[in-house]
Design a protein around this ligand. Structure first.
Ligand SMILES: *Cc1c(COP(=O)(O)O)cnc(C)c1O
Length: 369
């Protein structure tokens, strides 16, 4: 009874990651019949205040019952009106993707895009400044960890620029960094920082969360978007329990609570240091094997995921199969990087030093064949 079988193999897929044993225990409980009343709201509030620390905010945080993309769409639809100008700062698939999403919503999208092996630099900031002056965007978007590229964008200066130049709203995708790297929503002047359960928080892919600044709340009320992914139904819903939208997802919220309590016990600083150490071991170990990192020399590599070039003489499908045969599961990449780049997701439970050494040994073995 209740025996959780951790994955026997070496999972280094960049999401969904292997779930935390405590999350497995939380999921194996039966929460039915739904105890809607105060109990669920207490759990919700506890997760909310824990997530405020993870996201670096004193502002509101809400939980979405659906994976990361739910809050990406929900934030944009809830903050934007047709015809608004959106400035997307992209250094990869997700960063550029925000511009496509804005266009799909009938907005005018201005894209400041850098090559996919780069992170935001001084010259990017100059381009952003020019674009803000020329186009006066209502909203700016950026991605913290660009998962397909294995990079981590510094956002402090971009956030300062948003504030200094008076861009009304700033939305940050931190789906692949929240809980694995420091996120500073308030210090970055970010109105909405978006996260998901299946990356650094080692939960199943069924929950998401977002910070909502006071200014963003005002805008949400003004835009008044009301779809299933809307932010608006959560307005005061916790405080006014009778108005809480949708069926309480006990399992999803209890899983997040279990994961966040494990993070708190380890200490957030220690969690971040563990991710950094495993990422460094991955990069150094891979280089020692003759592999090449995908990010450029002057780009910031992510502590949660490492992107490497598929080694010469190996096609991606064969490389993946050879590793999988030996129990090592890595991810491919997306968009223009598909087939060229493979990724080791060392986030959450997978930020494990010993497992990383085993993974490197498997790669060494396959390369020596
Ligand atoms: C995984 C990911 C998403 C999407 O999250 P899902 O849980 O797959 O919906 C969005 N942005 C980034 C940067 C991601 O890594």
């Amino acid at each position: 009874m209740n025996s959780f079988q951790p994955y026997a193999a070496m999972p280094f897929y960049p999401g969904p990651v292997s779930i935390h044993p405590r999350v497995a225990r939380a999921l194996s409980r039966d929460y039915a019949p739904p105890r809607m009343g105060t109990e669920y709201l207490e759990l919700y509030k506890s997760v909310r205040s824990r997530l405020q620390k993870v996201l670096g905010t004193k502002e509101d945080v809400l939980l979405g019952t659906g994976e990361g993309m739910l809050v990406l769409w929900g934030a944009l639809k809830s903050l934007l009106k047709e015809g608004d100008t959106v400035l997307s700062v992209g250094t990869g698939v997700f960063g550029d993707g925000f511009a496509d999403m804005a266009k799909a919503l009938g907005c005018r999208a201005v894209l400041v895009s850098e090559p996919y092996d780069c992170t935001i630099s001084a010259s990017t900031l100059e381009r952003v400044k020019d674009a803000v002056r020329e186009h006066r965007p209502v909203l700016m978007t950026a991605v913290h960890c660009e998962t397909p590229s294995g990079t981590l964008n510094p956002l402090e200066e971009l956030g300062a620029l948003k504030e200094d130049m008076g861009v009304p709203f700033f939305v940050v995708d931190a789906v692949a960094s929240a809980g694995g790297a420091p996120v500073h929503a308030d210090a970055w002047h970010a109105d909405c920082v978006l996260g998901g359960s299946q990356k650094c928080l080692s939960c199943p892919p069924d929950m998401s969360f977002m910070s909502v600044s006071a200014a963003a709340w005002e805008r949400v009320r003004e835009v008044n978007y009301t779809g299933y992914d809307a932010v608006k139904p959560f307005d005061n819903a916790v405080e006014d329990a009778m108005r809480f939208p949708y069926t309480p997802n006990w399992w999803g919220v209890a899983a997040l609570d279990a994961s966040l309590s494990a993070l708190e016990e380890e200490g957030l600083e220690n969690v971040f240091a563990r991710h950094e150490a495993v990422a460094r071991a991955c990069r150094e170990g891979a280089k020692a094997l003759g592999l090449t990192l995908w990010p450029a020399e002057d780009a910031v590599p992510s502590p949660t995921v490492t992107a490497l070039r598929v080694p010469e003489g190996h096609a991606w499908p064969e490389w993946r199969a050879a590793l999988a045969e030996r129990g090592l599961y890595v991810g491919g990449s997306l968009g223009p990087l598909a087939g060229k780049v493979f990724r080791m997701g060392h986030m959450g439970t997978q930020a494990d030093r010993e497992a990383m050494q085993s993974a490197l040994a498997v790669m060494k073995d396959v390369l020596a064949r």
